[in-house]
Write a protein that binds this ligand. Structure first.
Ligand SMILES: [Zn+2]
Length: 491
């Protein structure tokens, strides 16, 4: 069966162009296929010189991996990432994608810039790092403090250094911490019952180490290291959504958002000095529903009544930042679980404030990160377009709205696709059914990103590019698609 499929793909390939003398049926068929594929993203790209040889190799490996996956029933895009990551890592296609320049990675959250391994094996080794397992859910959380913090309602705080030395093996201890924070489990389909269940663990993930990032001695190092990891994985530029959480010192002194922004910009400049082939990074200031308590953050749930006054002040701050730091701040977004929080419509007056006052503030909204067509989360798409969003994150419902699809194309608004994120958060399982298949076959502008990749152990960009290339795109999609995606991301 598997070899049959590979055979039929090869046969179809050989008939892509009408040939003089071809039987009329086959000629018409080839013409129809040609016309259809001419809409696909990358179809107008021209390969040059050695790119043809790379493409031949890439497509040979792609077909081999498709055939192999069908034999074993473990074709990576059709199976959960946690269960196929190891085989992706050994794939020849992945190896090519890994070393490929990927352009700009435009949908990344600050708490997933660095991987968990660096966080555990570097940051938690620093003096003054405390940890505890929460009484309620048993998830580990950290914070820095000058002396052992008193036990609180959340947990009993212990010095990480002491806990590690009590363990038989430091490596085992570090692995235990990493496993506790990560969403990776052996059987994700049954372990996470539904989207709300996986989001509750996802919220623990943010809570675990948020206070590590916002400690003054760590923040810049973490940002720099994150940019380094993305650069190593082929990214020329990264755009990072951040709530600019207030930074704290060991004695509990805290600083405001602008202080955080300034420190991140310094880290970006340091990175650019060291990596002259990179275009560095920018920040999308993002309003997040979180609250700081005792130097660590808790995410607020059920915030339907969250006041519009706060939103107004955040937008005003975003306008200030955008004007004051034009080379480092890209615009504004609202980050949340869309099914649980206020939709964009709730803030339509506040969100119109920049245009009403003649101030430029680009928007990059998460919208329609939902399976529910017609829900308020889905309708965020309408508002995002009306509010002139420059790009839109996820947009799973876009293909269900013909008028919106036209608008996306007419206004050239790219959709930010993060394949693994949608699978882990249970929006779909088999990535061949990802709604972006439609976007790619119709040539809508899309960019590929990794969202919160640290939570699920993905690389900064390569794993998501692999899943898109092997599962979301056509079997026949080749190097021209990858080239187009990289160029579009920079454009
Ligand atoms: Zn996101």
């Amino acid at each position: 069966m598997a070899s049959d499929l590979a055979f039929s793909i090869v046969c179809v390939w050989s008939f892509v162009s009408p040939i003089v003398g071809m039987p009329p049926f086959l000629s018409s068929r080839a013409q129809l296929l040609n016309d259809d594929s001419s809409y696909a993203t990358g179809s107008n790209v021209e390969l040059k010189g050695k790119e043809w040889a790379v493409n031949d190799l890439l497509m040979m490996l792609k077909l081999e991996e498709i055939s192999e996956g069908l034999k074993t029933s473990l074709y990576p895009p059709a199976v959960h990432f946690f269960q196929t990551k190891a085989s992706i890592d050994k794939s020849g296609v992945f190896e090519i994608i890994r070393i490929m320049p990927k352009g700009a990675i435009l949908h990344v959250h600050d708490d997933s810039l660095v991987d968990l391994s660096w966080l555990i094996r570097n940051v938690t080794y620093r003096p003054g790092c405390y940890m505890c397992f929460t009484r309620k859910r048993g998830n580990v959380i950290f914070k820095f403090h000058e002396k052992e913090p008193a036990a609180d309602e959340e947990c009993d705080w212990k010095l990480v250094k002491t806990e590690r030395s009590n363990y038989v093996d430091a490596d085992e201890f570090d692995n235990m911490l990493e496993n506790n924070i990560s969403l990776i489990v052996e059987d994700p389909t049954n372990f996470y019952k539904n989207q709300y269940d996986v989001w509750s663990y996802f919220t623990d993930f943010f809570q675990s180490f948020r206070s590590l990032f916002s400690y003054s001695d760590v923040m810049q190092d973490a940002y720099y290291e994150g940019l380094r990891q993305f650069h190593e994985d082929g990214a020329q530029f990264v755009e990072i959504r951040s709530a600019l959480p207030p930074v704290y010192d060991l004695d509990g002194t805290t600083y405001d958002e602008e202080y955080t922004l300034g420190k991140l910009e310094e880290a970006n400049i340091m990175f650019l000095d060291d990596y002259s082939d990179s275009m560095g990074s920018k920040v999308i200031y993002s309003r997040t529903n979180l609250l700081m308590r005792n130097y660590f953050y808790v995410y607020l749930c059920h915030c339907r009544d969250k006041d519009r006054v706060t939103m107004k002040s955040k937008i005003e701050l975003a306008m200030t930042f955008y004007q004051k730091y034009p080379d480092f701040v890209s615009g504004f977004d609202i980050v949340k679980h869309e099914n649980l929080y206020n939709p964009l419509l709730f803030y339509w007056e506040e969100l119109q404030m920049p245009s009403n006052t003649g101030v430029d503030l680009p928007y990059f909204f998460h919208a329609s990160e939902t399976n529910w067509q017609g829900s308020s989360a889905d309708e965020n798409l309408f508002d995002a377009i009306l509010l002139n969003a420059k790009r839109i994150g996820h947009a799973y419902g876009a293909v269900k709205h013909p008028v919106l699809l036209n608008e996306l194309k007419k206004k050239d608004i790219p959709i930010e696709i993060s394949p693994i994120s949608g699978q882990v958060l249970k929006h779909f399982y088999d990535l061949r059914n990802h709604p972006a298949s439609h976007m790619l076959s119709h040539g809508y502008p899309v960019v590929v990103s990794s969202d919160n990749r640290a939570a699920w152990g993905a690389s900064p960009a390569s794993h998501d590019f692999y899943e898109l290339f092997m599962g979301i795109a056509s079997v026949k999609a080749d190097l021209r698609l990858l080239k187009q995606l990289a160029m579009d991301s920079i454009r």
